[in-house]
Design a binder for this molecule. Sequence first.
Ligand SMILES: [Fe+2]
Ligand SMILES: [Fe+2]
Length: 470
Amino acid sequence: MSGINYSEKIPNNVNLVNDRTLQRALEHWQPKFLDWWQHLGPSDFQGADVYLRTATSVDAEGWATYGAVKMPDYRWGIFLADAQKDRTIGFGDSMGQPVWQQVPGEYRSSLRRLIVTQGDTEPASVEQQRLLGHTCPSLYDLRNLFQVNVEEGRHLWAMVYLLHAYFGRDGREEAEELLARHSGDADKPRILTTFNEPISDWLSFYCFTYFTDRDGKYQLKSLAESGFDPLSRTCRFMLTEEAHHMFVGETGIGRVVKRTLEVMKELGSDDPAKIRAAGAVDLPLLQRYLNFWCSSSLDLFGNEISSNSAANFANGLKGRPDESQYEDHVLRSSTFKMNTPAGTEDVPMLNALNEVMRESYLKDCEIGLKRWNRQIERAGFALRLTLPATSFRRSIGAWMGQPVTPEGRMVAKDEYEKRLHDWIPSPEDRAFVHSLMKRVAEPGKMAAWVAPPERGINNLPVEYEYVKLH
Ligand SMILES: [Fe+2]
Ligand SMILES: [Fe+2]
């Protein structure tokens, strides 16, 4: 069951060969995907041999098989986690009933919306990152970037499969639209704002994989709870791949911190100007990047009070991440204490689920912060990195446009405007970070602003030639 059929044009473990119509529809979409990859995937590296992992089965042994691959030859396909026998809906008003193998008519448009919104983020991030290869700090990092990119491409496949297989003609049209919208495009942007922010430097890439891919993890976890079983199985498998993306972010930022601390020790100073002159990223600058990407990613969870997420939960379409850890799975009688600019409000729990998710997401974000702060402490410096308050720099919801500091303190509007670049990167900060972005492509060599990783990929040495550029 979990073995993947690689002998077909589209690798899959969904028995595609037995559904000719679906197979033909997807084979029709495949060249459009490849065309999109050529034009909007990583620029200029399509001929390089990249040491990538590819899934050969969805169980623990087979899901990561390593070898040199040219990216356009990557075997993108359709992989679902194995079905759980007699699975029932784990939350909402239909709790305990058997999960659905087909889309219930009354939930069709809500489910389609959830799948399209998730699906849209996958190719968007590939587009955002397409120029990064030119300024890679090492071949190890370049390989990680491409691994993330091909897997986001596969996540697009995962969502397109669901659209084609379960949503008929509208689904096929949505699948076309997923290739028609483009990150940052003035006329046809991607659906969510964060996925239209350009990622033109590697510090942003590490922050994106730390904060934004982690939002992805939380979305996938909540969709993995879905009563629509094919969606649940699809997301469960995607989560295994997603973990690596966050690893790239966490270790990336950790390596920046490590290098900066080395420079601070050499200089005997924490003066940002001196650290910059020595070619490293000062910690206050890193803090501004963290503030920017964390606040931007917090918006992805949506409005604090949401009737949409209440309906999605009550109807069994989208649960909470790790739903089984909660006691109450129906939530018809509990309330949530919500902080709004007007004060604390009691809100029906069902309407507060976006906020519940945002809180558990932030707890997960703290893990890396603790690790980086331990590094700083051990090096004998007083500064600590922090996460901004959830009310800081929000673009949607109750806190939208409110002049709140990263500590969560409301200030006068003009003070906020004046101090904004103490909190998020200024144009000068970005220009400095860009000035560090020079390609380092000799095996084992690292850019001066980032420390080498502790170990290589798949037990290979850090010096391994992870990307052969020819
Ligand atoms: Fe993804
Ligand atoms: Fe990801």
